[in-house]
Design a protein around this ligand. Structure first.
Ligand code: PEP
Ligand code: MN
Length: 338
């Protein structure tokens, strides 16, 4: 971080500022030019509140020259992170399909869908048990029973499961879950993120509805700062002025996140568009943009789904998406292996 000091600054105020920074573990380097005086901050400045610094009387402007995320930063970890989920690799050339219904509805439903998506190439099974619904009157998920049914589907198919957590007190229920999902609405539930940072389990972190990429990486940083380095980022569309689609799929996020971070990035074209017929083109575009995987909603009977039927693919449509996506993977140097 560099600070430009106001002309004619007061030496006592400067000494106070330097002393305060020292207390935060940050050294300084003063450079007095003819027209401007610059104070360079040396060391880890992540504990320095830039807005507070900018508000100080003697400070004209302040600028970060290094990102505030360290663990998630590509600069400090040049190699792609590969996440191992029960022997299934995701990231760094390993591409995976995560598929399943929006919500777990019954044992028969989840096992039927699991078998179908597995046949089509999906290695990981998704399904919501605890559902974050906009309306309190909408189906809220089967909750703990839903987790039991997911584990039944895992037993029947051998597929690792991915499911959403909504609060930290539920962590013990998720002991046998392979990948814990943090949904868009909880991306900045910092207490939850901190608790997940103490686990040794992959976390699929979805981008918030109106969050920047830096904010997404800062949320990943919350998990990683606690010791858990197994974070998978997920672009699932953001709120814009467009209403023709449920959200706006920000595909440039995939390429940009790969520059900013070494963490794998998956794309969810189902929640991004909200329209099942748009899932195939957006899935192919995401693969072409370099995504490390896709999370796609699939239902055996979309018209009767208890949640998100309009964006859910039938098993046959999913099989087609899988086939088409696999044609793109060699072009971007990825493979859908175990
Ligand atoms: C989901 O994946 O089931 C979900 C609720 O997604 P999001 O958090 O992206 O809305
Ligand atoms: Mn859904």
């Amino acid at each position: 971080m560099v600070l430009v000091l106001k002309k004619g600054y007061d030496q006592k105020q400067l000494d106070n500022l330097i002393g305060w920074l020292k207390g935060l573990g940050v050294d300084t380097h003063l450079s007095e030019g003819r027209y401007q005086t610059i104070l360079g901050l040396v060391g880890d400045t992540s504990a320095v509140d830039i807005e507070l610094v900018k508000s100080m009387d003697i400070v004209e402007t302040a600028k970060r020259i290094q990102e505030p995320y360290k663990n998630a930063n590509r600069k400090f970890h040049p190699d792609d992170t590969v996440i191992d989920i029960g022997g299934i690799k995701l990231g760094g050339g390993h591409f995976q399909l995560i598929a399943g219904p929006c919500s777990v509805e019954s044992e028969e439903q989840i096992i039927t869908v699991a078998r179908e998506v597995q046949k089509a190439g999906a290695k990981l099974l998704r399904g919501g048990a605890f559902k974050p619904r906009t309306s309190p009157y909408a189906f809220q998920g089967l909750r703990a029973h839903g987790l039991e049914l997911l584990l039944e589907a895992k037993k029947a198919t051998g597929m690792p499961i991915v499911t959403e957590i909504m609060e930290a007190s539920h962590i013990p229920l998720f002991e046998d879950v392979d990948v814990i999902q943090v949904g868009a609405r909880n991306m900045q539930n910092f207490e939850l993120l901190k608790e997940l940072g103490h686990l040794d389990k992959p976390i699929l972190l979805k981008r918030g509805l109106a969050n920047t990429l830096q904010e997404l990486l800062m949320s990943a940083e919350y998990i990683m700062a606690g010791g858990n380095q197994k974070v998978i980022l997920c672009e699932r569309g953001i709120r814009t002025f467009e209403t023709a689609t449920r959200n706006t799929l920000d595909l440039s996020a995939v390429a940009m996140l790969h520059e900013m971070s070494h963490l794998p990035v998956v794309v969810d074209p189902s929640h991004a568009t909200g329209i099942s017929r748009l899932v195939r083109p957006m899935a192919m575009a995401a693969a072409a943009a370099g995504a490390d995987g896709l999370m796609i909603e699939v239902h055996n009977d979309p018209t009767h789904a208890l949640c998100d039927g309009a964006q859910s693919l039938t098993p046959d449509a999913f099989a087609q998406v899988s086939e088409d996506v696999q044609k793109i993977l060699p072009i971007v140097g990825k493979r859908m292996d175990g």
